[in-house]
Design a protein around this ligand. Structure first.
Ligand code: CIR
Length: 255
C-alpha cells in the first residue's frame, strides 16, 4: 500500500533537458497541465502529495524518480548517471530525511538512476544501462539484500532503452509487463508476463498504485488487455514528457 508521493513540476528550463526522442520541443504550459492531471490521478489513488517547487537549475528535475529508491525499510539516494542531473539529489534527500529514519547513498564511481529499478514485491530487478553502471547496480543490490530483499541484475545496454522501466513494470499479483524482446534479458520465471508489442512500447512504463494502474493514453491494445485482466486504469496524456524521454513512473517517488 502506497500512502505518499513526492513530485516536482516541470520548470521554465524543461525543454533544455536531456532527450534522444525526435518528437519536437515540449510545450511547457501543456507539460504543466499534464503534470497537474498526473497529480490528480495520484490523489485518486489515495496518496498524500508533497509537490516541490520547480527547479530551473535542473531541467530534468521533474523526473524525480531517478533521484532515489524507496523501500519500506529505507531511502537510498542515487547518483544519477547523467552529470547534469547529479545535483537534483540534494533537495530530495533533505525531504526524504523527514520521512525515513534510514537514508543510504550510492557512492561514486557508482551511478544509478531510479528509473532502472523495478520492485516486484520482495524482489528488485536492477537494470544496468547507460545511466546505471555495474558498480552502482552492485551497491544497490548489496543494500537491498542486507534489508532482506532478493535482487537480480538485467543488462539493457544492448537495447535501445533509456531505463529498465522503459520496458518493464510490475502489476502486482506476480504479473509483469514486458516489452517484446526483453524476456531473454533476464530471469522472469514465476511471473505471468503481459507482453507489450514494440509499437506500444512507450505504454510499458505504467504504474500500479493501490487499486489503480496509471497508463499512458493512446495505446489501445495494452489498455484493452489490462482492462480484460480486471485492472482499473487511469489514462494520462504524456506527450510533453515523452518528448523528453520521460514516462509515467519517473514523475513521482512513491512510498
Ligand atoms: C533524462 O534523460 O534523464 C530525462 N530527460 C528523462 C528521464 C526519465 N526518467 C525515467 O524514465 N525514470
Amino acid at each position: 500500500m502506497f500512502r505518499n508521493a513526492i513530485l516536482r513540476p516541470p520548470s521554465s528550463s524543461f525543454s533544455q533537458g536531456l532527450t534522444t526522442a525526435d518528437l519536437g520541443i515540449p510545450d511547457l504550459a501543456l507539460a504543466v497541465e499534464q503534470h497537474r492531471a498526473y497529480c490528480k490521478a495520484l490523489e485518486q489513488c489515495c496518496l498524500t502529495l508533497t509537490v516541490l517547487e520547480p527547479e530551473p537549475r535542473y531541467p530534468d528535475s521533474t523526473f524525480i524518480e531517478d533521484t532515489a529508491v524507496l523501500t519500506s525499510r529505507s531511502a537510498i539516494l542515487t547518483n544519477p548517471g547523467a552529470p547534469s542531473r547529479q545535483g537534483e539529489v540534494t533537495s530530495v534527500g533533505q525531504l526524504l530525511g523527514q520521512h525515513f529514519s534510514s537514508i543510504k547513498t550510492i557512492q561514486p564511481p557508482g551511478t544509478l538512476d531510479g528509473g532502472d529499478i523495478c520492485q516486484a514485491g520482495d524482489h528488485f530487478f536492477i537494470g544496468i544501462s547507460h545511466r546505471t553502471n555495474e558498480d552502482g547496480a552492485r551497491q544497490l543490490a548489496a543494500i537491498l539484500e542486507e534489508e532482506g530483499y532478493s535482487t537480480n541484475l538485467i543488462d539493457i545496454r544492448g537495447i535501445d532503452m533509456i531505463h529498465l522501466k522503459s520496458g518493464i513494470a510490475y502489476l502486482g499479483d506476480s504479473r509483469l509487463i514486458l516489452v517484446a524482446g526483453m524476456e531473454k534479458l533476464g530471469d522472469f520465471a514465476g511471473y505471468e508476463i503481459v507482453p507489450v508489442e514494440v509499437d506500444e512500447q512507450y505504454a510499458a512504463n505504467c504504474v500500479r498504485i493501490n487499486d489503480y494502474l496509471l497508463l499512458a493514453a493512446g495505446y489501445p491494445k495494452l489498455a484493452a488487455r489490462l482492462s480484460a485482466l480486471g485492472y482499473k486504469t487511469i489514462p494520462l496524456e504524456m506527450s510533453e514528457f515523452q518528448k523528453m524521454d520521460g514516462g509515467l513512473s519517473c514523475l513521482s517517488l512513491r512510498f
